[in-house]
Design a protein around this ligand. Structure first.
Ligand SMILES: C[C@@H](C(=O)O)C(=O)SCCNC(=O)CCNC(=O)[C@H](O)C(C)(C)COP(=O)(O)OP(=O)(O)OC[C@H]1O[C@@H](n2cnc3c(N)ncnc32)[C@H](O)[C@@H]1OP(=O)(O)O
Ligand SMILES: [Co+2]
Length: 134
C-alpha cells in the first residue's frame, strides 16, 4: 500500500525565496510559485530525480500552516507525502488502525492534480503525513 516518497515539505514565510538556494547551490530545477487557495498555501517545487521538495508558504487568513510558520520563524520540515494506489482504501485502513484523518476526511485535489489527504502528526511520531493517489 505504501508507495514512493512523493515529496517532503518545508514550511517558510517566503517559498520562492527559500527555494532559491536549491537553484544556485544544487543547480536544481525550481517551479514557479503556485497559489492553492483551497489548501491555504503557496507552493514552489524543487525537482530531484527520485522525489520533490515542496516549499509552502501561508496563504489567506485560515492557512493550516500559519501557526507552524509562526512557531518556526526560520522555516522547518512540515510534512512527508507518500504515494498510495487507492486513497480511499488507504484512508479507511489507516483510520481502522487508529490514525486521525484531518479536515472532513474527504480527499482534496493537491498540487499535482491528484487527490490528497492528511493524517495527524501525533499518530505518526510527530511527523504530519500526507498521502497522494499515485
Ligand atoms: C497542496 C498540498 C500538496 O502537497 O498537494 C499540501 O501539501 S498543503 C499543506 C498544508 N496543509 C495541511 O497541512 C493540512 C493538514 N494540516 C492541518 O490540518 C494542521 O496543520 C494541523 C496538523 C492539524 C496542525 O494545525 P495547527 O498547527 O493549527 O494546530 P496546533 O497548533 O493546535 O498543533 C497541534 C499539535 O500538532 C503539532 N504540529 C502542528 N503542525 C505540525 C507539523 N507540521 N508537524 C508536526 N507537528 C505539528 C503542534 O506542535 C502541536 O503540538 P503540541 O500539542 O505538542 O504543542
Ligand atoms: Co504536500
Amino acid at each position: 500500500m505504501l508507495g514512493r516518497l512523493n515529496h517532503v515539505a518545508i514550511a517558510v514565510k517566503d517559498a520562492k525565496q527559500a527555494a532559491k538556494i536549491y537553484g544556485t547551490a544544487f543547480n536544481a530545477e525550481i517551479s514557479d510559485a503556485v497559489p492553492l487557495p483551497e489548501h491555504g498555501v503557496i507552493t514552489v517545487f524543487v525537482t530531484l530525480p527520485n522525489t520533490k521538495i515542496e516549499f509552502i508558504e501561508p496563504l489567506g487568513e485560515a492557512s493550516p500552516i500559519a501557526k507552524f510558520v509562526e512557531r518556526n520563524a526560520d522555516g522547518g520540515i512540515h510534512h512527508v507525502c507518500y504515494d498510495v494506489p487507492d486513497i480511499i482504501a488507504a484512508r479507511d485502513r489507516m483510520i481502522a488502525e487508529g490514525a486521525r484523518v484531518l479536515g472532513d476526511g474527504q480527499p482534496k485535489i493537491g498540487a499535482h492534480g491528484k487527490p490528497v489527504l492528511f493524517f495527524h502528526p501525533k499518530d505518526f511520531s510527530g511527523a504530519l503525513v500526507e498521502i497522494e493517489q499515485a
